[in-house]
Design a binder for this molecule. Structure first.
Ligand code: BGC
Length: 751
């Protein structure tokens, strides 16, 4: 072929090629794109639409064990359904708030593992009072979701700690909604910075596990809005979660999942939420009512729900406009996901880097409650420690249920002590080792998920020998989780064995002039008032994730100066808590634990319904100024701080800007949490004396160093919902405190 012919041939090829392309474009099958959702909705059949709003069932959740091949990520809580002819892929939804919960090993796959970092749980994250720390944890967690092929992480959980015995408090942040909302927003921003979604859950008032799928939370409108909805409002307004999860329970007679007021009027209408609502893992209810209410995706999803929707639309009992709206939102979610964009996930997140994030966050959230005579940080003379308590040897790094994470490893307290150069009383270690060899409840994948609890303590009074160690470290552990609330006996209260052991240890060590440091490795509040005098120092590590023991030892030794503060009240007695008379702590018949079993409403108080009769009297809103064991916002440091220069001004948006200067007046570097409370001097109706409106944490201040914190308080957290409307406080005092009981400065507005 000469050059001329070659040129003609090339031109011909180009023209034909172009025609070919044009022809192909004309009959190209319609495929989902970011900009053609209405077209896709119009092209979907009714059956396809119904399929899109109903999840793909439970098969992904148990696929790691069953070996089912037809799932994308074994162990993920759910998947949506695909419509291949329109290029609509399925996407993957996975728990949870302390890290990605997927199956760590897969049947038929030898030599590959899919462990995920067990980060500190929600409660300890909140005790950092540090949005930046929480955001960084979110960034790492979201990266694991991305790299394990998860499109939406079913987190964060931000239900209010209404009562310390709620079995899932460990997943949640606080008894206060502003703190909860801010923490959730920080987590959502972090996770979503990876281009994966979150699900703010459980919307709303899912405050007890007892009969959670049938319980009707009866709450007056003011309490509902100011306490149980406000955290969600903050999260939605400040971080735009891709999804929100509607809870199992009812509120005032209506399931949250089929409540148009909650899901459409308030969530979307008032707060501007533009994402998707999915149900909690409910099973079948009245699917058409859920759709009509604005619940876009039914999880985990049953074929019978698809059929029901088709039937209802065909019979004219469900308007297809409602269904189309839900379908559009499902598609809007799908086009945002990594899976839609063909992200080639590695299945190899950087677990070593994320372990460092987890360790640092745990160190920031550990709370020092007591430190008599400078017991901590440990003096260099402390070289050998006697470690008591099964949780010292087998730590509770997180709770059970969907909040459980399959961690690659768990650092134990002995490992952490040794790596910091501290020896253990080996005789005692062997006693615990032998006991745990027989009684360990490490439950394997299923056992851990469902919650096997931790081994009971055994009597050690006759084995205490203070001569073998320089100090006693006494760990008290608690485990709880989904589907069961905690009890007062042997849980909120110490068990008889724990009490006897602690008494014996304190007597022996104190008689020898040695200190006793008690560590609370707990997911929720326990009683401390009756025994705390036995401890020279008291540290709460909460359930701090896989690296928590290292963080604990760093605090004990002083490499980390504790800066966590309580996000809930530690009362003197359980019955002091106003909600205790309206919480199922001693109910025998706990109703159905299975969300698939439609609970038959037998009208049982605390099971079928719960009156939130305490109203706003939750936590410090009730306890401020009353005797408690440790107040909200409390936490000690190895240094001291002074506050000055409180300045409050009106912001342009109607909110407040608060400035306060904090100075480190002690001799160690440290960080301080400043809490901003509001006291309404002329309330339009009865009101808690103080309400948290904002907070901030300093950077690491060197001795003598100071920092001026600027705290922005949005206008929408200021008003109270009285008589059916939002009423702004007119004359109020802004208080800056180190805890709710340690107010340092105040300023009146108007001045
Ligand atoms: C829990 C949710 C969780 C879901 C999926 C439910 O039982 O309440 O928090 O995301 O299961 O595992």
């Amino acid at each position: 072929m000469n050059r001329h012919n070659l040129l003609i041939a090339l031109l011909l090829a180009l023209v034909c090629g172009a025609q070919g392309i044009t022809a192909r474009a004309q009959d190209a099958p319609l495929r989902l794109r970011e900009d053609n959702i209405p077209e896709i909705v119009a092209a979907l059949t009714l059956e396809e639409k119904a399929n899109l709003v109903v999840g793909a069932g439970f098969k992904s959740m148990w696929a790691g064990l069953s070996g089912s091949k037809d799932v994308l990520v074994p162990g993920a809580a759910g998947e949506t359904r695909a419509v291949p002819r329109l290029g609509i892929p399925k996407i993957v939804l996975s728990d949870g708030p302390a890290g990605v919960r997927i199956e760590p090993v897969r049947k038929r796959e030898k030599g590959r593992e899919y462990y995920a970092t067990a980060f500190p749980t929600g409660t300890i994250l909140a005790c950092t009072w540090d949005e930046e720390t929480v955001r960084k944890v979110g960034v790492a967690m979201g990266n694991e979701a991305l790299e394990y092929g998860v499109d939406v992480l079913l987190a964060p959980g931000l239900n209010i700690h209404r009562n310390p015995l709620n079995g899932r408090n460990f997943e949640y942040y606080s008894e206060d909604p502003v703190l909860s909302g801010k923490m959730a927003a920080a987590m959502i921003r972090g996770v979503q910075s990876n281009g994966v979604g979150t699900s703010a859950k459980h919307y709303a008032a899912n405050s007890q596990e007892t009969n959670r799928s049938g319980n009707d939370a009866r709450i007056d409108m003011r309490t509902l809005r100011e306490l149980y909805l406000r955290g969600f409002e903050i999260a939605v307004r400040e971080s735009a979660p891709w999804t929100v999860m509607s809870s199992y329970n009812k509120i005032n007679g209506e399931y949250t999942q089929s409540d148009p007021w909650l899901l459409t009027d308030v969530l979307r209408g008032e707060w501007g939420f533009d994402g998707l609502v999915m149900t909690d893992w409910t099973g079948k209810r009245e699917t058409d009512r859920q759709v009509a209410a604005g619940n876009d995706l039914m999880e985990p999803g049953l074929d019978s729900q698809v059929k029901e929707l088709v039937r209802k639309v065909n019979r004219g009992e469900l308007s297809d406009a409602f269904l189309d709206l839900c379908v559009s939102r499902v598609l809007e979610l799908i086009v945002r996901t990594p899976r839609f964009h063909g992200y080639a996930y590695s299945n190899r997140p950087d677990l070593a880097a994320h372990a460092k994030v987890a360790r640092k966050a745990a160190g920031e959230g550990i709370v020092l409650l007591k430190n008599d005579g400078g017991t901590l940080p440990l003096s260099p003379g402390i070289r050998r420690v006697a470690l008591f308590g099964v949780a010292g040897y087998e730590p509770c790094i997180g709770g059970t249920g969907s909040g459980y994470v399959h961690a690659p490893y768990v650092v134990t307290v002995p490992e952490a002590l040794r790596s910091a150069g501290i020896e253990l009383d080996g005789t005692l270690e062997k006693v615990y080792g032998d006991y745990l060899a027989r009684h360990s409840k490490k439950g394997g994948i299923v056992g851990n998920m469902l919650g096997t609890g931790i081994p009971a303590e055994f009597p050690v009074a006759d084995r205490v020998d203070a001569s073998r160690a320089d100090m006693a470290l006494f760990v008290i552990g608690r485990q709880a989780g989904e589907e069961a609330d905690r009890r007062v006996e042997d849980d909120f209260l110490l068990t008889a064995t724990e009490r006897q052991n602690l008494t014996a240890v304190a007597e022996a060590f104190h008689a020898a002039g040695k200190k006793v440091v008690v560590v609370l490795n707990i997911g929720g509040v326990i009683e401390t008032a009756s025994w705390k005098a036995l401890a020279d120092a008291l540290v709460v590590t909460w359930q701090p994730g896989e690296e928590g023991a290292h963080a604990l030892v760093e605090v004990l030794q002083g490499q980390v100066n504790p800066s966590g503060k309580l996000t809930m009240t530690f009362p003197n007695n359980y019955l002091d808590i106003p909600s205790s008379s309206h919480f199922p702590y001693d109910v025998k018949d706990r109703g159905s634990r299975n969300p698939f079993v439609r609970a038959r409403d037998k009208g049982r108080p605390l099971v079928d319904y719960t009156e939130y009769a305490e109203g706003l009297n939750v936590g410090y809103r009730y306890f401020a100024g009353k005797p408690v064991s440790f107040p909200f916002g409390f936490g000690l440091s190895y240094t001291t701080f002074s506050y000055d220069g409180l300045d409050v001004s009106r912001a342009a948006d109607g909110g407040l800007t608060v400035r306060v200067t904090v100075t480190n007046t002690g001799s160690r570097a440290g960080r301080e949490v400043v809490q901003i409370y509001l006291h309404d001097r002329k309330p339009a109706a009865e009101k808690p004396a103080l309400e948290l409106k904002g907070f901030a944490k300093t950077g690491l201040l060197a001795p003598g160093g100071s920092e001026t914190l600027e705290i922005r308080i949005a206008p929408y957290v200021l008003p109270s919902y009285i008589g059916g409307q939002w009423i702004m406080p007119e004359a109020f005092t802004v208080l800056a405190g180190a805890s709710v009981e340690d107010i340092r400065l105040h300023a009146d507005l108007p001045a």
